[in-house]
Design a protein around this ligand. Sequence first.
Ligand code: NAD
Length: 317
Amino acid sequence: MSVVIVTGSAGYIGGQTVLQLKDAGHEVYGIDRRHPPKHMLDVTNRFMLQDFASDAALSWIIQKQPDAIVHCAGTSLVGPSMKDPSEYYNNNMVKTLKLVDVVKTSMPRSRFIFSSSAATYGRPIGDSCLESNQCMPLSPYGESKLMIDIILESYHKAHNFNYVSFRYFNACGADPLGRHGQEPGATHIIARVLESLRDDKEFTLYGDNYRTNDGTCVRDYVHVDDIARAHLLALDTTIPAGIYNLGSNTGTSCKEIIAAAERITGKKLKVAIGTRRGGDPATLTASAGKFNKLADWRHYNLNDIIQHAWKWTSNVR
Ligand SMILES: NC(=O)c1ccc[n+]([C@@H]2O[C@H](COP(=O)([O-])OP(=O)(O)OC[C@H]3O[C@@H](n4cnc5c(N)ncnc54)[C@H](O)[C@@H]3O)[C@@H](O)[C@H]2O)c1
């Protein structure tokens, strides 16, 4: 059994990670600056309502001397980061650097598992993104995640800092047992499509004139429970320090998502075509071989993702 601290434990990915860690018998402590949703109350061994970079939270972390910290806390929307870059540089970069320095000094053997993002890549160089590609993020959000990836690698070289950074592609789906999922109003496409189908409301598709087969953006969709499993597997320190993509090696367009959601729910979506959003590349898919070679982490496909998300969306309002 390991002692693990999860920051952002009240959120979507942090919450799913807490559930998997608890299911596996670990001692899990959560930190978030907002209260967990009702269904996540009392899941952690203890929860601290604090900014993860506050003195109180940092002292608590030092006192716990965890085997690992899963750092999911962050502000994570591309569009808002273009309008308010300071919030993203501060919350995602400045505060995380403070946490990383505390880990380096006060618990140098702890493993630091970071929620990085596919947004670090920007416009991919080839068909799909490899961890070794040069990164050219298109938004302050992507830049803030890339800055931390760079810092983690420098600290690893200089201080043997024990980190794993996961660049998630599009996290989606819900807990297969129905215990947790995205909160109502989440901006991710699958959540938006399913809520629109449930409520019989119009769905806005942001741009249908991209240079892709059907004109809509192509993304790589990964089940949130698979992401949580990757975190669990990364507790094993035989997984070498470094940056790993978490993706499926497959691209799915927005129109293909809509078609799959209509098939699974048996409902027809009303679609309005909106303008493109700033910071959205046409295609962003992972080359995920690096982590696939080390760990059996991906158990679910797109059908599972939509089925689990639909079960969650149908029950939550
Ligand atoms: N959801 C995705 O598709 C996706 C993709 C790539 C990367 N990520 C990254 O994964 C992480 C988790 O994403 P999510 O989808 O679960 O987001 P989320 O918004 O559901 O959860 C993030 C949580 O972090 C908390 N938080 C933010 N700043 C904090 C702070 N300073 N102190 C304490 N708590 C703080 C929020 O209150 C929230 O509960 C984020 O860092 C995000 O950037 C997400």
